[in-house]
Design a protein around this ligand. Structure first.
Ligand SMILES: NCc1[nH]cc(CCC(=O)O)c1CC(=O)O
Length: 329
């Protein structure tokens, strides 16, 4: 990735500073966005590495406040004016809109599904009795356990953390039979070929916003925000807005066992409807509240947020609140 084009390409304009974490995934995502930003602004983009508490701590993610810890250091750098823009995995962004920052763009989303990487090319249904599957996500544990029960499979979910390479390493070393990771992250790292199954959302709903990126800038950078709006994908924007509104209305944190996916349905040419599905469950998968609603594609993010709130209210009426207290340990 060449983050700093030749001076000739800059036309003299100062480079935009794009803050990024140093992990391979963060660098890949930042590189993708840097290319898009260069195209729409005509300015060079330089990557600025920011270290976050989540990168240095060995504690379990759920105990240090969830994935939001990755986000705050980048946001502070934006607010201090040390960087001009920041790229986050949208699923790691807390749902509360921060003061002074703008979610300037949500580019077109990658595959939102989770992927299984199992030993010996196995699919989920082929896992042997007693198989150990690593995931640090209560959402994945709840749905994998529920799915296993419905198939009559005997599996055990094992809490793990670490970056994508570390987690795949648990399978390669034989310590675990399988791990579950976001397909989007694998694709961006060039490792999607290692997936042994893409998990159908009918069995495992992804995290709200999974597969999408968030491009943030200071709210005061109005002209930059206007340029960044050109890399916003309106369909991705309404879909993830509905998913995140559902999450917010459930008053669940990012480490709660909540899955949500909005898909756009159509006849191949024209998008006609949006379906929003949501799930909450206990970690052992014995109880899931899973609901779906389908309607016209929301005309605005505000309408999409309404849809999320409506589905959340239905889930709460079916007992969702009682299932969200759990943490992965
Ligand atoms: N939890 C960390 C995280 N945040 C975003 C991604 C993947 C990229 C994405 O979902 O957009 C991952 C890794 C994973 O869940 O496997």
């Amino acid at each position: 990735m060449n983050a700093t084009p030749s001076p000739a390409a800059s036309g003299g304009a100062p480079p935009l500073r794009l803050g990024t974490r140093r992990s391979a995934l963060a660098m890949a995502q930042s590189g993708l966005v840097a290319d898009l930003v260069r195209d729409v602004t005509g300015r060079p983009v330089e990557l600025v590495e920011i270290t976050t508490y989540g990168d240095t701590s060995r504690e379990h993610l759920a105990q240090i406040g969830g994935a939001g810890v990755f986000v705050s250091a980048l946001r502070e750098a934006l607010l201090r004016g040390e960087i001009d823009l920041a790229v986050h995995s949208l699923k790691d962004l807390p749902t509360a809109e921060p003061e002074g920052l703008a979610l300037a763009a949500v580019p077109r989303r990658e595959d939102p599904r989770d992927a299984l990487i199992a030993r010996d090319g196995l699919t989920f249904a082929q896992l042997p009795p007693g198989a150990r599957i690593g995931t640090g996500s209560p959402r994945r544990a709840a749905q994998l356990n529920a799915w296993a029960r419905s198939l009559g499979l005997d599996i055990e979910t094992v809490p793990i953390r670490g970056n994508v390479g570390t987690r795949i390493g648990y399978v390669r070393s034989g310590r675990l039979d399988a791990v579950v990771l976001a397909a989007a992250g694998l694709t961006r790292l060039g490792r999607i070929g290692e997936a042994t199954e893409l998990l159908d959302a009918d069995h495992v709903l992804p995290a709200p916003g999974q597969g999408a990126l968030a491009v943030e800038c200071a709210a005061s950078s109005a002209s930059l925000a206007a340029r960044l709006a050109e890399i916003d994908d309106p369909y991705t924007r309404v879909a993830v807005t509905a998913e995140r509104s559902l999450l917010a209305a459930l008053e669940a944190g990012c480490s709660a066992p909540v899955g949500a996916l909005a898909d756009l349905l159509g006849d191949g040419q024209v998008v006609t409807e949006m379906r929003l599905r949501g799930v909450v469950g206990t970690l052992d998968g014995t109880t899931l509240v899973q609901l779906s609603t389908t309607g016209p594609v929301p005309a605005s993010p505000g309408d999409a947020a309404d849809l999320g709130r409506v589905l959340a209210a239905e889930m709460l009426a079916k007992g969702a609140a009682g299932l969200m207290g759990e943490r992965a340990l």
